[in-house]
Ligand binder design. Structure first.
Ligand SMILES: [Zn+2]
Length: 104
């Protein structure tokens, strides 16, 4: 189950995912990301959601997760007990490569 903070783990407040945030994430993903054959473990849903916020303002970690799954990305655990997930999501263009190097 996914709530606003992400995967429902210990400490989750069970706040529901905002549908408007999901729409913003979907719009961003369609412009800036592409599916790859392997999971991107350089970043997580939490890193991606901060990229979305550069264009769209606040969105929750959970909304990024819901959006990525709806867009057909495959989720992978980011770590035991983590509310974040990794996806086979990669920057759509070379100009966005710094994103996966953690330079921001
Ligand atoms: Zn929860």
């Amino acid at each position: 189950m996914v709530h606003a903070r992400g995967v429902c783990v210990d400490g989750c407040d069970h706040e529901p995912v905002d549908a408007g945030h999901v729409e913003k994430c979907i719009a961003w993903i369609r412009h800036h990301a592409k599916r790859g054959s392997v999971p991107n473990r350089w970043t997580t849903s939490y890193g991606w959601k901060h990229e979305v916020e550069r264009e769209h303002g606040y969105v929750s970690n959970g909304s990024l997760i819901v959006a990525a799954i709806r867009e057909g990305y495959t989720p992978h655990e980011a770590g035991l007990g983590s509310p974040n997930l990794c996806f086979n999501m990669w920057p759509a263009g070379a100009a966005e490569i710094p994103l996966i190097r953690g330079l921001r």
